[in-house]
Ligand binder design. Structure first.
Ligand code: GLA
Length: 664
C-alpha cells in the first residue's frame, strides 16, 4: 500500500491505490469464477524461442493451426500464449504498449482473432514491475495495471501471465492483487497466472488472487532442472485445487535436452501433479514421439480430472517414488518413477494406494494403452529416469483382462551400480525376468531378447514356462555377443514376454558401447566422457566453470597459478570416463578457482569402479592447488567428483587442473 502510494506520488502509476479491498464492479475473477476448473492447457513460446526472432506472428498462427490439425485441440489444449518480447521497449504516445511491428506486423488483435477463429483461446504476458524480465527492457505493468488490462481485454486476451521482474520491492500480494482487480474491471473472463517464482509463498495467498501460481524459478531443458522443480512442486500438493493450481512452469517436452524417456517422466509428473500443461516446444518441427507424448489423452485425463486433486508421493526413498492421484470416478492414478541412474523394479500394491480389498483389480497402462488385471501388486521395471503410469480400480470384471505380467532385464556389470557398458567383440550376460502379478495364472510364458542388427542373444537357460502363478517369477540367462565393429553409442536390448491369453509385455534395456579407452597417457579434458554434470552450467574443458553456457569459463587459475589443461567443475559435479582397465594412475592439482574471489569450498574425490580411491579433503579458495594421485589400476570406469565441502554449493568452482591418466 505504502509503496503504491510512493509510485503514484512519483507520477508513475495510473491505478488507484487500495483497490485490492474494493468490491469488483463485475463478476469476480477468482475465486469461484468458474475459470481454470481444471489445470490450463495450451502453448507458450518461451521455452522454445526465448526472445529470438522466430517468435512472431507466423509461429503463433502455426501453433494454432497445429493444435487443430494434429488433434491437440481435441485433446484439450486450448490457450495459445505469447510470452515476453512481444512489445516495443517504449509505450506509445497514448501510454499503451505497442506490439513489435517486425514480429507482429498486423498487431496483437489480429493474432488473437486468428487464434479465436480456430476455436482456441489467446494469452499474453507482462510483468508486475516497471519492465519485463528480458534485458531489452520492455515496459511492465506496475502502475499501469488498468491501462494494460484494458488493452489486453481489447485485444481479446483470455489468459495473462504476470511476471515478477523489476518489481521495485513493492509487496507481491499488493502488486498481484492490483492486477487482479484491473482484470476484473475489464469484465472479460481472463485466466490469471501469477509468475513470482514461489518467492512469496503464493500458495498461501494466491487462491484469492489468481488461478495458478509458479512455485519455482524457471525450468530449463535438462533432466536435473525438471527434477528439482518437480520436487519443490510436489511438496505443495495441499494447496492446489479447481481454479487454483500450483504451476511448476511450462513443459520442455520436445526441446531436445532430455531423452524421450525423460520427457515421458516430465509429462507424467506434471499430469499426476495436476500441473498446467503448457507446451513449450515449436510444434512446427516436433517429432512423432513429441506428439505422442503431448497428445497422450490418457495421461492428459489424469491431469484434467475434475476432482482436481494434486497427486502426491505416498512413498519416496532412494530415488524411487510412488505417486497417487485420486480421480473423480474412484480410480487411482499411479505414477512409478525411478529418479536415479540404475534400472530398478518398482512396486506398490492396491492396498498401499488406498483401494479397497478385492480379489482382483483392473490395471490400465497409460503409456502402453493396455488393460490387465492384478491380484494387488502394481509393478514395472524402470530404466534410469523412467516412469510408468497406471489407472487402477477394483473392477468386478477384472477376470476378463489378462494377468499383469511385468518384465525386465539386467546386464551383469563389472561392479554393482556400474553403467551397463559392453565392449565391441565381447560377450555380455543379461538376465531377463518376468513376474505374474495377476490373480489368474499366466500360461505359456515366453521371453525373447532381441538386439540391434548384428547382435546375437542366445538363451543359456529355458526361456519359456508353461504356467506362471500369482506372484511367481521366471528368469532366463542370455549371452549377448556384441559385434566387433559396434561403434560407441547406445543400443537397445529388447525383451518381449508373451503369454496367454493373448498378451505381451516389454522392456527395453539400454546398453552402451563406450568410447575407446585411452591407449597412452592422456589429459582427461581431451577424452570423450561417459557423462558429466555440474551444480551450475556445463563442466568445462581446459577452462574454469563460468556457470552458464558452455565455453563461458576463464583460464583455470588457482591461487594465482594458471593452467592450460584441466576441467572446470562446479559442485556438485561428476565426470565419468572409460579407461577399460588400461590405466594405472590419475594425477591432478586441485583447488577452488580464483574467479570466485575469496568464496567457495569443495572436496575432490576420485572413484575407480565404484570405490573411492582418493579424496582431497575440504579445499577453500585461499588454499594453493593440492596435488592428488589416485591408483586406478585395473579400473574400467573412473569418476571425478566435486562435493560441496559440507556447506552448500555457493561459489563452489572446483578445478581439476592438469588432470591426466597414465595408460598404455
Ligand atoms: C521470467 C519468467 C519466464 C519467462 C521470462 C521472460 O524469467 O519466469 O517464465 O516469462 O521471464 O523474460
Amino acid at each position: 500500500m505504502v509503496a503504491t502510494g510512493v509510485l503514484l506520488a512519483a507520477g508513475i502509476g495510473a491505478a488507484p491505490p487500495g483497490t485490492a479491498a474494493t468490491t469488483p464492479a463485475v463478476a469476480a475473477v477468482t475465486p469461484g469464477d468458474g475459470l481454470a476448473l481444471t489445470p490450463p492447457m495450451g502453448f507458450n513460446n518461451w521455452n522454445s524461442t526465448h526472445c529470438r526472432a522466430e517468435f512472431n506472428e507466423a509461429m503463433v498462427k502455426g501453433i494454432a493451426d497445429i493444435f487443430v490439425s494434429k488433434g491437440l485441440k481435441d485433446a484439450g489444449y486450448q490457450y495459445v500464449n505469447l510470452d515476453d518480447c512481444w512489445a516495443l521497449p517504449q509505450r506509445g504516445p497514448d501510454g499503451n504498449l505497442v506490439p513489435d511491428p517486425v514480429r507482429f506486423p498486423n498487431g496483437i488483435k489480429a493474432v488473437a482473432d486468428y487464434v479465436h477463429s480456430k476455436g482456441l483461446k489467446f494469452g499474453i504476458y507482462t510483468s508486475a514491475g516497471t519492465k519485463t524480465c528480458n534485458e531489452n527492457g520492455f515496459p511492465g505493468a506496475l502502475g499501469f495495471e488498468q491501462k494494460d488490462a484494458d488493452l489486453f481485454a481489447s485485444y481479446g486476451v483470455d489468459y495473462l501471465k504476470y511476471d515478477n521482474c523489476n518489481n521495485q520491492g513493492v509487496d507481491a500480494k499488493l502488486r498481484y492483487t492490483t492486477m487482479r482487480d484491473a482484470l476484473r474491471r475489464t469484465g472479460r473472463p481472463i485466466v490469471y497466472s501469477l509468475c513470482e517464482w514461489g518467492e512469496n509463498q503464493p500458495w498461501l495467498w494466491g487462491k484469492d488472487v489468481g488461478h495458478l501460481w509458479r512455485t519455482t524459478g524457471d525450468i530449463t531443458d535438462t533432466y536435473n532442472s525438471m527434477l528439482g522443480i518437480a520436487k519443490t512442486n510436489w511438496a505443495l500438493a495441499d494447496y492446489a485445487g479447481p481454479g487454483h493450481w500450483n504451476d511448476p512452469d511450462m513443459l520442455e517436452v520436445g526441446n531436445g535436452g532430455m531423452t524421450d524417456t525423460e520427457y515421458r517422466s516430465h509429462f507424467g509428473l506434471w499430469a499426476i501433479m495436476a500441473a498446467p500443461l503448457l507446451i513449450g516446444s515449436d510444434l512446427r518441427t516436433a517429432t512423432p514421439e513429441t506428439f505422442e507424448i503431448l497428445g497422450n489423452r490418457e495421461v492428459i485425463a489424469v491431469d484434467q480430472d475434475p476432482l482436481g486433486i494434486q497427486g502426491r508421493p505416498i512413498r519416496s526413498a532412494g530415488g524411487i517414488h510412488v505417486f497417487v492421484k485420486p480421480l473423480k470416478n474412484g480410480d487411482k492414478a499411479v505414477l512409478l518413477f525411478n529418479e536415479g541412474e540404475k534400472t530398478e523394479r518398482v512396486t506398490t500394491t492396491a492396498a498401499e494406494i488406498g483401494l479397497p480389498q478385492a480379489t482382483g483389480y483392473k490395471l490400465r497402462d497409460l503409456w502402453a494403452h493396455t488393460d490387465r488385471h492384478t491380484a494387488g501388486t502394481i509393478a514395472a521395471t524402470l530404466p534410469p529416469h523412467g516412469s510408468a503410469m497406471f489407472r487402477v480400480n477394483a473392477d468386478r470384471g477384472w477376470a476378463k483382462y489378462p494377468p499383469a505380467v511385468d518384465t525386465g532385464a539386467a546386464l551383469q556389470t563389472v561392479y554393482p551400480g556400474a553403467l551397463p557398458l559392453v565392449e565391441p567383440g565381447d560377450t555380455a550376460s543379461v538376465t531377463t525376468t518376468a513376474t505374474n502379478n495377476g490373480r489368474l495364472p499366466a500360461v505359456t510364458v515366453k521371453s525373447v531378447l532381441t538386439g540391434p542388427a548384428g547382435w546375437e542373444a542366445v538363451p543359456e537357460s529355458p526361456n519359456d514356462k508353461t504356467i506362471l502363478r500369482t506372484g511367481e517369477s521366471t528368469s532366463t540367462k542370455w549371452t549377448v555377443k556384441v559385434p566387433a565393429n559396434a561403434k560407441p553409442g547406445f543400443y537397445v536390448l529388447a525383451v518381449r514376454t508373451t503369454y496367454r491369453p493373448d498378451a505381451e509385455t516389454r522392456f527395453d534395456l539400454e546398453v552402451r558401447v563406450p568410447p575407446p579407452a585411452p591407449a597412452a597417457n592422456a589429459y582427461v579434458s581431451d577424452l570423450t566422457w561417459l557423462s558429466s554434470d555440474n551444480g551450475w552450467g556445463p563442466v568445462e574443458r581446459d577452462t574454469s566453470n563460468g556457470e552458464y553456457g558452455s565455453g563461458d569459463g576463464n583460464p583455470i587459475t588457482i591461487n594465482g597459478v594458471t593452467y592450460a589443461k584441466g576441467i572446470g567443475a562446479h559442485a556438485p559435479s561428476n565426470v565419468e570416463f572409460y579407461v577399460g582397465g588400461r590405466c594405472t594412475s590419475l594425477t591432478a592439482s586441485v583447488g577452488v578457482d580464483d574467479e570466485e574471489g575469496t568464496d567457495g569450498s569443495v572436496g575432490f574425490e576420485v572413484w575407480a569402479n565404484g570405490a573411492k580411491v582418493a579424496d582431497s579433503g575440504v579445499m577453500t579458495n585461499d588454499m594453493p592447488a593440492k596435488p592428488i594421485t589416485a591408483n586406478i589400476t585395473g579400473a574400467m570406469v573412473v569418476r571425478l567428483v566435486v562435493n560441496d565441502g559440507g556447506n552448500g554449493i555457493t561459489s563452489d568452482h572446483g578445478d581439476w587442473a592438469d588432470v591426466r591418466v597414465a595408460c598404455g
